[in-house]
Design a protein around this ligand. Structure first.
Ligand code: ADP
Ligand code: MG
Length: 469
């Protein structure tokens, strides 16, 4: 804890960091926090999994004035999933300073977000389209924004987002601190960024053990027809407790996931074509270890953190070479090791060549895994799947017949449930309070106990009908 205090982090934030299990700063945090606390504009390039989020979240929370009613900090991210993850981390760090945060992203009702914006929110995290929308509608007042962060900055400033980000920049006060973070930062982006920053410090943080050294990489040649079969073979041969399988397109991701599910592997799919609730739900289940393998497009490529992803397979060579770095960076995080495999068809060889030129090293070529290793692993994965199914059955979902209209908040539900005999906060999973009802997941096979208990336990002074769904 001393090392946080030495960095001039205040005790309230140190308490939040402690609760998150952040005992001491990571290398990048130790480098960046003093600069950012001094008010400097900074462009930071540092490895995947090195702790960049807290490197901006801490100074941001530190420099906020808790009694000002308007938003003072804005964080832009490329995906909705990342907006939620970053917002949660800022909320966690700022918990004991009562910092109020909000994530704003597309495909969630605008009206609901507008209501939340009316409450005193100090930090807004979101995707550019929706943020711009709220600014232009006059829902999000940016007059007091003193800090702007672009997470995954090179992505935020590439063709896809530049126009929207530019339009947001035009609305923000000129006097502000601007911080840019990414694991990849092409020269052109740095030049572009310097135009809307004030004498930015450019910091490239060289870790002692860079991600490329922590992650064991390999690539394997395969025909297009045999590709999905080879994915399965590698999955078996490595039998990871958790893996992320990246595809270039939604169609490939969906088809591969369907094949794997049909063969009995416990996996889920995540891509941009899915309904937003399902996207967030799926990622949440993956992060909590309820589903061990996730087939995804690059929506899960940048910034997303799940503990202990042991294996990443790039089932296609990414079209954007930077995305390779981000994909493999989902493993080997926070000091852990990891393995990353790339499958390459003859048609993809030119892409591989370009990628290796960019990386500056050749990815070691691998033979397909040996048949006996595949068979042994297949048996192990089948056991895992069986055990998991039993555990899955231990999760139940309850529907409570009252929601926001009755002024029920998640805390009220937690309070009622934890007051039941033999049920602890750790037995409660996701809580989703909607207008007229609320859903809560109960873990550890205690669904029935809670169901029975809530029949006689008032929530906010009133009994509600509860049923298992
Ligand atoms: P990056 O943005 O650099 O890819 P993240 O900010 O997502 O990395 O952090 C990677 C992981 O390290 C996360 O699980 C985060 O909770 C954890 N982490 C960050 N800072 C610390 C710290 N000071 N101590 C321990 N764990 C940390
Ligand atoms: Mg990050």
């Amino acid at each position: 804890m001393d090392s946080w205090l030495q960095l001039q982090v205040s005790p309230a934030l140190v308490a939040g960091l402690d609760a998150l299990g952040y005992k001491e700063p990571t290398f990048v945090q130790a480098q960046i926090i003093p600069l950012a606390l001094a008010g400097r504009d900074v462009i930071v390039q540092a490895d995947t999994g090195s702790g960049k989020t807290a490197a901006f979240a801490i100074p941001l929370c530190e420099r906020l004035k808790p009694d000002l009613p308007l938003p003072q900090a804005l964080v832009l991210t490329p995906t909705r999933e990342l907006a939620v993850q970053v917002q949660e981390e800022i909320a966690g760090i700022g918990r004991f300073k009562q910092i109020r945060t909000l994530a704003l992203y597309g495909r969630q009702p605008v009206a609901r977000q507008t209501d939340r914006l009316k409450q005193k929110v100090q930090v807004v995290v979101g995707t550019p389209g929706r943020i711009l929308d709220h600014i232009l509608r006059g829902n999000l007042t940016v007059r007091d924004i003193r800090m702007l962060v672009l997470d995954e900055a090179d992505r935020m400033l590439d063709m896809g987002f530049l126009e929207q980000v530019g339009a947001i920049l035009e609305q923000l006060p000129a006097v502000r601190q601007t911080l840019l973070f990414s694991a990849t930062m092409p020269e052109s982006i740095r030049e572009l960024a310097a135009r809307f920053m004030a004498e930015p410090a450019w910091v490239q943080v060289e870790a002692e053990r860079p991600a490329a050294a922590v992650i064991e990489q390999g690539c394997c040649l395969v025909s297009a027809e045999q590709k999905d079969r080879l994915v399965e073979d590698w999955l078996c041969a490595c039998h990871p407790a958790s893996s992320l399988l990246f595809c270039n397109t939604r169609e490939h991701a969906a088809a591969l996931a369907a094949t794997l599910v049909q063969k009995g592997y416990p996996c889920a799919v995540l891509h941009g074509g899915m309904e937003q609730r399902l996207r967030l739900d799926t990622l949440d289940r993956f992060k909590r270890g309820l589903v061990p393998h996730l087939v995804a497009t690059d929506v899960a490529g940048r910034g997303i953190h799940a503990d202990d992803v042991e294996l990443v397979i790039s089932c296609d060579v990414p079209e954007e070479k930077e995305n390779y770095i981000h994909r493999i960076g989902r493993t080997g995080r926070a000091g852990k090791s990891g393995r990353a495999l790339l499958l390459v068809t003859p048609e993809e060889l030119p892409l591989l060549e370009r990628l290796e030129a960019y990386l500056g090293y050749a990815i070691p070529r691998l033979e397909p895994p040996a048949a006996d290793a595949v068979e042994a692993g297949r048996a192990l994965l089948a056991c895992d799947a069986g055990a998991r199914e039993v555990r899955e059955q231990l999760v139940s979902k309850l529907r409570i017949n009252g929601g926001k209209q009755k002024k029920i908040r998640p805390g009220d539900i937690v309070g009622a449930i934890t007051s039941l005999e033999g049920v602890a906060a750790a037995d409660i999973g996701l809580i989703d309070v909607q207008e007229t009802c609320a859903y809560v997941e109960i873990l550890g096979g205690k669904g029935q106990v809670v169901l029975d208990g809530l029949a006689e336990k008032p929530i906010k002074g009133r009994l509600y009908k509860v049923k298992m769904v």
